[in-house]
Write a protein that binds this ligand. Structure first.
Ligand code: ADP
Length: 605
């Protein structure tokens, strides 16, 4: 029992603490991550929707602003186109006055249906009026055909960006103008939202025609091949939104809106980091907060777990170890009102029960020991005291038998012979009892000396052969020539072993033979006694080596025994550092083999 160790160190993987904490950590992490994902997803969508609606609002109002600005400009031109030619020709200043009233125009010219300019006004330098190729110009051809014309962005010699507008005039003529682009740009530059939000306008061919950065327009930037432009131009009503990297290599979220009548598209863009600012902040704050909360929660729960469960469990284990080591007085604090309190109370109950039983057992053991001691002493003394008179009886009877006191009649000799036989058997029984008593008291000692195994075998044969003859059995002895002539052992006890086995073999064999072999077997030597007798049933082959156990007790044999022979043989064999083996089949016979070391065991010398 004491060999069973309680493991004091448990591997981390198996520790209850680690397992509970890991399970809790995993469940909590999954739950928190799920919640976090839901919250972040909600914030992300809310933020995205809010930016998108804001951008759409801005885009819509911006495109309205640009649209209405362009509308006003065209209205103005339409108004001029209605003026009487004679009024304009009468005083060139009339058109100049009209030009100066509207700062969006750089130049206004009025032409007849052949392309002849009959009135013109301009700021700085005239450009349209000086053209020789007016009749071939697209704007003239379009307007004279009755269609409004809106041109591309161009740059004058003085670096002034402009756009040509032309409308059909009363009487088949044309009113054309150069529109100052900077006015449109100002409108676009005004559009701002958030930190990074801004807008720009492209035309139906993908040219950027208005941008907060003038250079972009002045460089005639065309972005028709960009996916966001393609998507916007293809979308119904040019209304589109998405996240992309724009032509200036910035990651943005953009919304597009049409600017009516011109095929222009207004882009409003905001940088992606800004559009996700709240989400990123929420992710950071919530993530950090959750981590911190999780850490604190783990810490608190871990401490609680240790205090509420693991510490008491540890005390329980220590208690069990103490009790296991024999300290049955040990008691746990069982005052806790919970399940662990119940366990502690049950533990105390068990320890008290064990203590009671142990003291009862100790008393019983003491009584048994005292009784056994008394029995051993009684047995030893009685046996010893019986042997002395018995030896006397045997001695005198033997002398009678030998005729030392005069010759005896046939009948007297037979009676004396029987007395001698009975006395011998009685001495044998008493010797066995004494041996058993000494074995139980641990007082049996061996005396090692050199001896000749062949001689030993011969002695046993000469003593037992007449028993075999009496039963008509053949007694065969065999000695291994390989066996050394001299062995070391307790000759007297070895003879006792051999005698016991051979006498048993003869005793339990009715016909056939008894064979005794002594031979060498590897590191050991062996005594083997086999017979062709009644055999021993398998279930008895264990217990017949116990004292006072017999299988054939009910058989009425000539030589009776106490059931001590095999027990003494086994004990002697054990003391000599050897072992005894038995192979037996009922009805076929038995073979007892005693295996002994050549070298006597150290403690036995
Ligand atoms: P005892 O011979 O005094 O009865 P043992 O201890 O020598 O006691 O033997 C115990 C029992 O084992 C015997 O009573 C017998 O039943 C059985 N036994 C021993 N040797 C043999 C044998 N060679 N053949 C059959 N049974 C045997």
């Amino acid at each position: 029992m004491a060999d069973t160790q309680v493991p004091s160190v448990i591997s981390l993987k198996k520790s209850l603490h680690v397992r509970v904490m890991s399970a809790m950590g995993i469940v909590l992490s999954i739950a928190v991550l799920l919640c976090l994902a839901l919250v972040i997803n909600f914030i992300y969508h809310t933020e995205k929707d809010s930016w998108q609606s804001r951008q759409q609002e801005v885009s819509r109002s911006a495109s309205r602003t640009v649209g209405s600005f362009m509308g006003q400009v065209r209205e103005y031109l339409n108004l001029i186109s209605l003026l009487d030619r004679r009024y304009l020709e009468a005083d060139p200043q009339n058109l100049f006055k009209l030009l100066h009233q509207n700062p969006a125009f750089l130049e206004i010219i009025c032409l007849d249906e052949y392309g002849n300019v009959f009135a013109s006004a301009y700021r700085e330098t005239p450009l349209l009026a000086n053209l020789f190729t007016i009749p071939q110009s697209t704007w003239f051809i379009e307007a004279v055909a009755g269609r409004d014309y809106v041109g591309e962005v161009q740059v004058s010699a003085t670096d002034e960006p402009y756009m040509i507008l032309a409308v059909p005039a009363l009487g088949g003529g044309v009113v054309a103008a150069r529109l100052r682009m900077s006015v449109l740009w100002d409108v676009v530059s005004e559009i701002k939202f958030g930190q990074t939000g801004r807008a720009y306008v492209i035309n139906h061919m993908g040219y950027v025609i208005a941008h907060p950065n003038r250079e972009v327009v002045l460089n005639n930037t065309i972005i028709a091949d960009r996916p966001e432009v393609a998507a916007a131009l293809q979308a119904a009503d040019n209304e589109w939104s998405g996240a992309y990297r724009n032509f200036e290599n910035q990651d943005v979220v953009g919304v597009t809106m049409p600017i009516s009548n011109y095929g222009w598209v207004m882009f409003t863009e905001i940088s992606q980091p800004e559009s996700l600012a709240t989400t990123s902040y929420a992710l950071l704050a919530l993530g950090g907060g959750t981590l911190l909360a999780g850490f604190l929660l783990n810490l608190v729960v871990g401490r609680l777990l240790i205090r509420i469960v693991l510490e008491p469990v540890k005390r329980l284990r220590e208690g069990a170890e103490m009790v296991g080591r024999g300290n049955l007085d040990y008691r746990l604090d069982g005052d806790r009102p919970d399940e662990l309190g119940q366990v502690a109370a049950a533990f105390n109950f068990m320890a008290a029960g064990l203590q009671e039983r142990e003291s009862a057992l100790a008393q019983a053991r003491d009584r048994a020991l005292a009784a056994s001691n008394f029995k051993s002493r009684l047995l030893a003394n009685v046996s010893h005291d019986l042997r002395t008179p018995l030896n006397g009886i045997i001695g005198y009877t033997d002398m009678l038998n030998e005729g030392a006191f005069g010759s005896l009649s046939e009948q007297q000799l037979s009676i004396v012979g029987r007395v001698l036989g009975h006395a011998q058997r009685l001495l044998n029984l008493i010797n066995n009892l004494l041996d058993q008593a000494q074995i139980e008291a641990g007082r049996l000692e061996l005396h090692y000396e050199p001896f000749n195994p062949a001689k030993l075998l011969g002695e046993v044969e000469s003593i037992t052969s007449f028993l075999a003859q009496r039963k008509g059995l053949e007694l065969v002895t065999e000695i291994d020539p390989e066996l050394p002539n001299t062995l070391i052992g307790d000759r007297v006890r070895l003879q006792q072993v051999l005698m016991n086995l051979v006498v048993n073999a003869i005793k339990f064999t009715e016909k056939g033979l008894v064979c005794v072999r002594v031979y060498s077997r590897g590191q050991r030597w062996a005594i083997e006694v086999s017979d062709t007798g009644i055999g021993i049933p398998a279930e008895a082959q264990e217990y017949i080596f116990n004292p006072f156990r017999q299988v054939h007790a009910s058989l009425n044999h000539e030589i009776e025994g106490l059931g001590l022979g095999l027990s003494i043989v086994q004990e002697l064999t054990r003391l000599m550092g050897g072992e005894i083996r038995l192979v037996s089949r009922v009805g076929l016979g038995s073979t007892f083999t005693v295996l002994l070391p050549f070298e006597p065991p150290k403690e036995g010398v």
